[in-house]
Design a binder for this molecule. Structure first.
Ligand code: NI
Length: 142
């Protein structure tokens, strides 16, 4: 049976500050530039979540995209949308909220939700911090 990938895109808005407390203020400014701004700054993130699996004969769908939308809108995005990622999000505490770290943390939140659906697995997360800055994560197993 062919393995097919399906993707749902959702967006969220959040603010963050890139700052490593182990470095001096000057080193942080040099490393992160304007993203080190003391009071943070915002992004409109686009989150692409790709699930893969075989196509069940009975439904013809790897996973109902409506279910994937519901998981993202009801369970995942409310944790980050209109939040300050440095302060408001328990699963991001202790990490520098770069797009890379956000992608891995979102993966860890989304994966158990997908595993409830038989035959489906989370395949890839693609996070657009802006149109030009994009991070992809495929999990630690691949
Ligand atoms: Ni930023």
């Amino acid at each position: 049976m062919p393995i097919v990938e399906i993707t749902r895109c959702e967006e969220f808005s959040a603010s963050h500050r890139l700052h490593n407390p182990a470095l001096s203020d000057e080193e942080n400014r040099k490393l992160y530039g304007p993203c080190n701004n003391l009071n943070g700054h915002g992004h409109n993130y686009d989150l692409f979540v790709t699930v893969c699996g075989e196509i069940p004969v009975q439904t013809g769908m790897v996973m109902n995209l409506h279910d994937l939308m519901w998981i993202l809108r009801e369970k995942i995005l409310p944790q980050v949308d209109h939040k300050h990622l440095n302060h408001d999000v328990p699963f991001l505490q202790g990490v520098i909220p770069t797009a890379e770290n956000i992608a891995v943390s979102l993966w860890n939140q989304i994966e158990p939700e997908i595993e409830r659906f038989e035959g489906c697995r989370l395949h890839k997360i693609r996070l657009y911090e802006s149109r030009n800055n994009i991070v992809e994560y495929r999990g630690s197993k691949s």
